[in-house]
Structures are given as structure tokens and as C-alpha cells.
Design a binder for this molecule. Structure first.
Ligand SMILES: Nc1ncnc2c1ncn2[C@@H]1O[C@H](COP(=O)(O)OP(=O)(O)O)[C@@H](O)[C@H]1O
Ligand SMILES: [Mg+2]
Length: 338
């Protein structure tokens, strides 16, 4: 049966998406992606694919998913399957280095960033980088490895005392700290070239609350889990920065993203994070009367209608068979019959 195939890792983020699809009667199938397999010489199942694989999946004990999905996307696209946030988008999702370059290629201002691999290199980068600076993982998400340093001594201590947790690929970034003029960052949510909403995320609470793997505050920077931390932000859809974001997404085949920037006291806006596997904050959605996942569901619906026109015609006849909610754990592989 032709449907939307959802590649995911974190079940906790599924409910709003599933609701949006069921409300619109979009047929879907969930694929939990921490293992499985496929035959390179056989055709993938028919349908549209939505990549919701999280770059922080390794922190939930799912070590294999990111590499598996990276390879699976190549196979899907080889056979011409349309993937929402396909391989180019996913490459960016896994690399803040690539994000920085993609942003700068579009003329977007980013904070000065240096890459350091290996503890000696990280130490010497910490000597060179102007203060204050931030550390972060190249494969980010939920604030992994994000710490603020205002003096070199505390950075050295951090590296020496066992608090430092390396990026899964061993790539640490040291980045110029941008002091926000007001105590928030702005995150702009875009789906298929359309601004869905913009939010302010409070920066109060500081960086001492380290969102490390075992920390209770590990979802500190995740809009899905934040309560009271996120507020609607006013944004002009014709703002030049927004237009640059839309262009950057088009150039890099990114269908869905939440893009973050910080404005300093001079009015400079520095962009530093592109979240393809984005989540929408329920409080903000309720306040604005907007359903973010609804926009993704509508995109999937449009793509299914364009590629499989017969499916949409037949789905006007309500047919329970079309709404697959098979438990994710049963679907370990993608077979041509899915
Ligand atoms: N260069 C920076 N200057 C000031 N604050 C930053 C900077 N980079 C990140 N932050 C803060 O840390 C948070 C997490 O960093 P981010 O790069 O978005 O990582 P992640 O991909 O894990 O969300 C940001 O939302 C922001 O509050
Ligand atoms: Mg972020």
C-alpha cells in the first residue's frame, strides 16, 4: 500500500505528528530505525518518506540509527523515492560544520567557529580562541557539549576533571559566544518554503546547567519538552534573514527546519543551528493557534497526491485499512511490500 513512511528514533516526539496525519487521513507507517536491513538491488516500498531521525539518538542508547538512516536514504533516493529531509538535509543535520558553511554560502552571518579533534588540539584551541567562547558537539541536538567559558583556567579544568564528553564522531567545536541583547534566542520554523512560526527561547538559567547525557536538564534546548521557556516571537516573513533561510533550505533540499539565531546589542543576528528533525512547542502552538506538525502532514499529503494521484482519489472513500498504526517495534526492516 502506498503511504507515508516515517523513519524515526524517538517515540516521545511522535504523538503530534501521528495526530496531524490521522486528522488528515494520511496513510502512514512507522519505522523505528536502530537496526534492520535492505537489499540494495531491490526496489524500496512505494510511497513518500519522512526522515525524523534524531542526531542525538546515541544518547538514548540507539547507537546504530544515524549511520543506518544515512545509508538507507541513499538507497531510497537511488530508486527515485521522494524523501522529506533527504540525504543532503540529513548530512547537515549531523554536522554543525556543514551547517555553518551552508549558511555562510548564502551570505548569512554565523559565529566564528573552530574545529578541534583530539584532546591536545582541543586544549590548544582553548588557548587561542578569544574569550568568552562556547564548546559544542559537531553532531548536536539538545545542547550536547554546550558549555560557556569566560576564562582559560576553567576550560582546562573542564577537560581534565572528566566532565568533558566527546562528540560521537570526536569533533568538538569552539565558538565565539554571542551575548544576546535580550535574554532569548529566536528559532524560525519553516516547512516547504513557508514560515510556520517563530519562537523565543529563554537563555535565562545560563550554561552552568549542563545538558549532559545523564543530566535532568538534558532537553534544555528542545522545544518539545520545554514548559514556560518558549514564547511566540514576532517575525516579518519578508525579513531579509528569513528570505535567506528559505533560499538556503531550497539550495540544500531541506524541506523542514527550525533555524536558530541570536541578536547581539548591535543588532547583528548570528545564525548557529539548523534543526531538520524539529519539534514544535505545544504551549506556543496553542497560543498562536498553529499546528506545526499539521504543516508537515500537509506537505506529505501534497507529495503523495502528486506522485500517487490514484491513492488520494481512493482515500476519499474512508477505509480503515489505510491507517496503519502498527507498533513500531514490529517494523525492523523495510521490505518492498511495506
Ligand atoms: N555561539 C553562541 N553564542 C551564545 N549562545 C549560544 C551559541 N551557540 C549556542 N548557544 C546557546 O546554546 C544553545 C544550544 O546550542 P546549539 O548550537 O543550538 O546546539 P544544539 O544543536 O544541541 O541545540 C542555543 O540554543 C543557545 O542558547
Ligand atoms: Mg539548538
Amino acid at each position: 500500500m502506498t503511504k507515508l513512511h516515517i523513519l524515526y528514533e524517538n517515540e516521545a516526539w511522535l504523538a503530534p505528528l501521528v495526530k496531524a496525519l490521522e486528522d488528515r487521513k494520511v496513510p502512514y507507517l512507522l519505522h523505528f530505525m536502530n537496526g534492520g536491513g535492505f537489499d540494495l538491488t531491490s526496489e524500496p516500498p512505494e510511497g513518500i518518506f519522512l526522515n525524523r531521525m534524531s542526531p542525538s539518538s546515541h544518547t538514548r542508547g540507539h547507537q546504530r540509527g544515524v549511520r543506518y538512516v544515512s545509508e538507507l536514504l541513499n538507497w531510497l533516493q537511488f530508486y527515485g523515492r521522494r524523501v522529506i529531509n533527504g540525504s543532503t538535509a540529513f548530512d547537515l543535520e549531523l554536522s554543525k560544520v556543514k551547517q555553518d558553511l551552508a549558511l555562510r554560502r548564502q551570505g548569512i552571518l554565523t559565529p566564528h567557529t573552530i574545529v578541534a579533534v583530539g584532546i591536545d588540539e582541543i586544549k590548544s584551541a582553548g588557548q587561542e580562541m578569544p574569550l568568552p567562547f562556547i564548546t559544542k558537539h559537531n553532531q548536536g541536538g539538545k545542547g550536547l557539549g554546550v558549555r560557556l567559558f569566560s576564562d582559560r583556567h576553567s576550560f582546562e579544568e573542564y577537560l581534565a576533571n572528566g566532565e568533558f564528553v566527546d562528540d560521537p564522531g570526536g569533533i568538538t567545536l569552539l565558538q565565539e559566544y554571542i551575548e544576546p541583547h535580550e535574554p532569548h534566542i529566536t528559532r524560525v520554523e519553516i516547512v516547504a518554503g513557508e514560515v510556520v512560526m517563530a519562537i523565543h527561547s529563554s537563555t535565562e538559567g545560563g550554561f552552568e546547567l549542563c545538558p549532559a547525557v545523564d543530566c535532568e536538564d538534558e532537553e534544555l534546548f528542545c522545544p518539545a519538552s520545554g514548559v514556560g521557556k518558549f514564547r511566540p516571537a514576532k517575525i516579518d516573513v519578508k525579513d531579509s534573514l528569513i528570505l535567506q533561510y528559505i533560499q538556503m533550505m531550497e539550495v540544500n533540499n531541506i524541506d523542514v527546519a527550525g533555524i536558530e539565531f541570536i541578536e547581539d546589542s548591535q543588532g547583528n543576528r548570528y545564525t548557529y543551528d539548523i534543526n531538520g528533525t524539529t519539534n514544535y512547542n505545544a504551549e506556543v502552538e496553542a497560543e498562536l493557534g498553529i499546528e506545526g506538525m499539521g504543516k508537515i502532514a500537509e506537505l506529505a499529503e501534497r507529495l503523495l497526491a502528486a506522485e500517487y494521484p490514484k491513492l488520494i482519489q481512493s482515500s476519499t472513500v474512508t477505509n480503515g485499512e489505510q491507517f496503519t498504526t502498527a507498533p513500531a517495534a514490529e517494523i525492523r526492516t523495510l521490505s518492498p511490500n511495506d
